[in-house]
Design a protein around this ligand. Structure first.
Ligand code: G3P
Ligand code: CA
Length: 279
């Protein structure tokens, strides 16, 4: 089973922040999943909701605020980690931070375009351009609940790896029969999960498509909630046809890397601060 850090290590650290991604890099994970929205002045911001209310001390829509305004908002930190507060990262900051681990260890990044509620015209081209700037194409998987967005990404660059997100397996399979996706990303408790187990989709399986399943906060809470997290029965999931899981606690499934994070992420002679202001 391949393990992905969902919004980073988002059980112990605030979701979609540099600290949650930094923590995730300490573990032998396959990749990091994150969400992007677009600011008023066209900056790709790493934040799950359309509004800043749930995760920051501000209120309002990301689309109505400039990068400068968004960067003033504070996110409650994990104080044990010694931070005073955190801010919403830009996609640029995240790519700058993770690039060394992608290149040296093959870490993957799943960028979920959050464009089902607000369509964010131009978002697809912007993220493709940014990834190109960092030369990280082979390490990126793009996903969205919006099928039109996935189609557009493929039109703009047929070489990109894309995945369709849905609450149901049948929706994912139907889309995968129309568009050359690298993976399907269904809900881990989809009511029609048996479609995979019963191999009613041998055409899809034979294409080597991965099945990456995601969970809900009901069973996998986010920081700072300290409810117990439900640990998955990996063997059962494998039997159901799932190849990868997104989890808020990758630390429950994989070991620490042997090389210290700082040594991996900080490129020789270069400080992350130059690119990100972090560390
Ligand atoms: O990409 C998998 C999963 O993150 C989708 O749901 O709401 O956590 O973005 P959500
Ligand atoms: Ca997501």
């Amino acid at each position: 089973m391949e393990i992905w850090a969902h919004r980073g290590c988002s059980y112990k650290y605030p979701e979609n922040t540099l600290s949650s991604f930094w923590e995730a890099c300490r573990y032998e994970i396959t990749g990091i999943e994150l969400d992007i929205q677009l600011s008023k002045d066209g900056e790709l911001m790493v934040i799950h909701d359309e509004k800043v209310d749930r995760t920051t001390d501000g209120s309002g829509f990301v689309k109505d605020m400039t990068l400068r305004e968004l960067k003033r908002l504070k996110i409650q930190p994990n104080e044990q980690a010694g931070k005073v507060y955190e801010t919403i990262p830009t996609m640029r900051e995240v790519l700058a931070m993770l690039a060394p681990l992608c290149r040296r260890e093959g870490l993957l990044i799943n960028i979920e375009l959050k464009n089902s509620v607000i369509r964010y015209g131009g978002m697809e081209q912007k993220i493709l351009d940014l990834v190109k700037e960092y030369d990280l194409g082979p390490y990126i998987v793009y996903s969205s609940f919006n099928p039109d967005s996935i189609r557009l990404l493929k039109e703009l660059n047929p070489d990109v790896r894309v995945a369709i997100l849905s609450g149901s397996v049948s929706d994912c399979l139907e889309f995968a029969r129309q568009v050359p996706v690298e993976a399907i990303h269904p809900f881990i408790r989809a009511e029609d999960m048996e479609l995979l187990a019963e191999r009613e989709c041998t055409d899809i399986i034979e294409r080597g498509i991965r099945v990456r399943a995601w969970n809900l906060r009901t069973w996998e809470p986010f920081f700072p909630e300290n409810r117990e997290i439900e640990i998955q029965d990996i063997e059962k999931l494998k039997k159901a046809g799932i190849t990868d899981i997104f989890t808020n606690t990758p630390e429950s499934y994989v070991s620490l890397r042997k090389v210290p994070t700082k040594q991996i992420l900080l490129e020789k002679g270069k400080s992350i601060r130059e690119d990100t202001g972090y560390i």
